[in-house]
Structures are given as C-alpha cells and as structure tokens.
Design a protein around this ligand. Structure first.
Ligand SMILES: [Zn+2]
Length: 272
C-alpha cells in the first residue's frame, strides 16, 4: 500500500513540476533517518512535510536553474531575478518549474515587454503563464499539447478594472479561464470545438467569470501586433473571434490552434 501511495505521489509531482518526483524519491531515502525517531504522529507528519518542502524548494529555486541553463533553458523572472516589465501570474509557475524557455526567447520577451510597457505607460508589467519545464524536449506539460521544447510561452491578455485602470494582474487565480467570449453576431468557434473536445473549455468551467475585469481591445491589439512583428516569434494563437474583433486579419502569424487544444480567448500563446 505504501509503495502504491509513494508511486502515485511520484507520478503526480512529476506531471505537475517535472523534477518534483525526483525530489520525492530523494526525500523517501532520507526522511526515515529522522522521522523514525519521532514517536508521536502529528509532529512526525509535520517534520516530514517540512523537510520535503525545504528539499523541494532548494532544488527548484537553487539547484535546478543553473543545471537547466547548461541544458539550454533558462527561467523567466521569478523571486531572485525580478524584471520591471515581466512577471508570472502567480508564484505557482515559478515554484512548479513551469517558467523555463530557451535563452533567446527570454531575451526577446523581456525586451518586448520593456518596449511595450514603455510605449503604453498604463501597463506596468506583462504577465506570463505556463512556459516549459526545465529539461527534456518532448516531456509533456499537461494540459498543453505543446510547451515541451522551450519554445512556447503563454501570456495574459490585458484587462481594466471597474475604475477603468489597467489591472496589471491576472483576472483569475490561475491566470487561465477568464474568457472573452464570442459576442452576439460573431462566429462561435468555441462552441464548435466544445462539441468535439470536451476539455476545450475546461479552465473556463472552473473559473469565476465575475465580469469586473474588462478586456482592453486597444492594448491587446497593440500587444498582439507587437508580438507578430517580432522576428523570433513564429506563431501566435488566439481564438478566431478575437482576431476578427481586433481587426488583425492581416497578421498571418496569428493562427487557429485547432479544436484538439484548449480555448484561447483567456490567454495568448506564442511560439518560436
Ligand atoms: Zn500555450
């Protein structure tokens, strides 16, 4: 029973953080040396949990970044390395090692974010969501179909709050799922995809849609245009109804991701 439980924890941690399973493996070897000496249950559980957390954070924040860099992927700004113009939607992305990209993509995105925020003073920082894991081309990052080679990155759209101020944060907790749906009269590709892929609107279904945050057409159009102009960025994915609404039909890099993916009216996907 214990082996099955440990195996399941290993799998889940590996799927969510890539290296978490490996850290758990090391933890399983080390913790008996101290946990066996603690007789009462609650202190023992707390000590084990505390030890795993510290071990995981040491790996994730200190040991992994330099090794990943040798393997060709670098972390986007988080914790020790802050950027004035780019930040994660929340700490999960950094802690779970989901913020790695190829160095050239990092360089371009940082520069692009700086230029965009300088030109659009209301926007303090661009917000990133899932990027890639630190190691191994082809290693899947669920629930994405791609994001497995250091060349993909998701960015948040830009919103205004009730007072018309630019939000400078993500309107949902995860950064995903707060959608800008097709309006009346617009082609509803989302509905068509939901018919063939039951996971297409997965994040939308678990995210509060309180419409306090308003999608900003002008700023999002400017951002998408800037992304398309960048020579390193090859493809940009958003829902077709947004491409049409923002009058970006001339931007050939903006493509439809296909119904096998998830909906893209809650975030922008870019890739090299
Ligand atoms: Zn993506």
């Amino acid at each position: 029973m214990k082996i099955i439980k440990s195996f399941l924890i290993f799998i889940v941690l590996t799927l969510i953080t890539q290296v978490g399973g490996f850290v758990f493996f090391i933890y399983e070897f080390i913790h008996p040396s101290f946990s066996k000496k603690i007789k009462s249950k609650t202190p023992r559980v707390l000590a084990k949990f505390g030890f795993f957390t510290i071990l995981y954070l040491v790996f994730s924040l200190i040991i992994i970044p330099p090794i990943a860099s040798l393997c060709g992927r670098v972390p986007l700004p988080f914790l020790f390395e802050k950027s004035d113009y780019l930040k994660p939607a929340n700490a999960f992305y950094g802690i779970a090692n989901r913020h790695y990209v190829k160095p050239e993509l990092k360089e371009e995105v940082l520069l692009l974010a700086e230029e965009f925020c300088t030109d659009n003073k209301e926007v303090k920082q661009l917000i990133y969501l899932d990027a890639n894991f630190p190691f191994i081309d082809g290693f899947p990052m669920h629930p994405h179909k791609s994001h497995s080679d250091g060349e993909k990155l998701d960015l948040s759209f830009i919103y205004r709050n009730k007072n018309k101020k630019v939000l400078n944060s993500s309107p949902s907790m995860s950064g995903y799922g707060y959608v800008e749906e097709p309006k009346k009269g617009e082609e509803n590709g989302v509905q068509k995809c939901e018919e063939v892929n039951k996971y297409y609107s997965m994040m939308y279904k678990v995210t509060s849609q309180n419409k306090d945050a308003q999608f900003d057409n002008t700023l999002n159009k400017a951002l998408l245009r800037k992304l398309c102009k960048n020579s390193l960025i090859n493809k940009v994915f958003i829902e077709p109804h947004l491409k049409k609404r923002l009058r970006l039909n001339g931007e050939s890099k903006i493509k439809f991701h296909g119904c096998h993916a998830v909906r893209h009216d809650d975030h922008i996907h870019i890739q090299m």
